[in-house]
Design a protein around this ligand. Structure first.
Ligand code: HEC
Length: 254
């Protein structure tokens, strides 16, 4: 099911001022859903296991696991406590309700070791995914993904940098999610992937994997030299990067 809040994404977030001002809708927010928990939960969710099944910012197709941004809740009423319980205890396979073609497990805490408080942070974030207008970061994530997927990369990157300027301590999305986002466009629209990977390189210049991904986007576009340069950089940071080594051989550079 598609998000019930497309208007929030499109109308409420028309300008940077709105994003910076904080809460953009006047929905009531449960006491347990504090802004700090949402920020921490976003980071755990988007750099943890959750994105593998529920997709970036929980806005998945529902193919591998339920879309967490729609108003349809399978295992609770969509309230904070219900969401908390689902995350903390997981969902047994015989309780699955969604029509998923492959049966992925919803292990307790998504298979990560998160404590009680971190689970509250995750629950606060998941609650907010369904009410994006109540938190500027979550609203901006939704808008950012919309823009990138519509091919409006300049506007998406503007939004990313604006958010970063306003709140340098909390990135809109962490490295793992940006990397996954880039791969959504590989190999068919590698020029879009390239710009997302480039952003990751700027944000995480010490990560070998971001260079490896950027290299791949150049390789599929036929820019051999740039691909070689970036694979070499990746290998310099991580000599164990087998994939990079293999690609360099493929490119005739080793
Ligand atoms: C390996 C895949 C996988 C991972 C990893 C995973 N989930 Fe799930 N999740 C599922 C599946 C499958 C369901 C239940 C599907 C069904 O009922 O048919 C589910 C259900 C849920 C639900 C209940 C949704 C509803 O509609 O009631 C929440 C909330 C949730 N997951 C949050 C998380 C969070 C937070 C994380 C990370 C800590 C996470 N999940 C990690 C696969 C996964």
């Amino acid at each position: 099911m598609r998000s019930m809040f497309p208007l929030l994404g499109l109308l409420a977030l028309v300008g940077p001022a709105t994003v910076a001002q904080g809460q953009v809708s006047d929905e009531a927010v449960p006491d347990s859903v504090t802004p700090e928990r949402v920020l921490a939960g976003s980071n755990t969710f988007n750099s943890g296991t959750c994105v593998f099944c529920h997709a970036i910012a929980g806005r998945g197709s529902g193919r591998w696991a339920p879309d967490l941004s729609d108003a349809e809740w399978l295992h609770s009423e969509g309230d904070f406590n219900g969401i908390f319980r689902t995350i903390y205890w997981g969902v047994e396979e015989d309780e699955f309700r969604a029509m998923t073609p492959r049966r992925f497990e919803m292990h307790p805490q998504g298979g990560m070791s998160v404590d009680w408080e971190q689970t509250k942070e995750l629950a606060a974030y998941v609650w907010t995914i369904g009410h994006p207008g109540t938190h500027p970061l979550v609203a901006a994530q939704s808008r950012f993904l919309e823009l990138v997927r519509a091919g409006e990369v300049d506007r998406a990157l503007d939004l990313f940098h604006r958010m970063q300027r306003d709140d340098p301590e909390h990135l809109l999305l962490p490295e793992r999610s940006l990397n996954r986002l880039g791969y959504e466009f590989m190999p068919e629209r590698a020029e879009i992937a390239q710009r997302i990977f480039q952003l990751n390189v700027e944000l995480f210049p010490d990560s070998w994997n971001v260079y490896d991904s950027l290299a791949e986007s150049y390789m599929v576009q036929g820019d051999r030299e740039k691909a070689i340069e970036l694979y070499e950089k990746s290998l310099e940071l991580n000599p164990q990067n087998e994939n990079g080594l293999e690609k360099l051989r493929e490119l005739g550079a080793r």
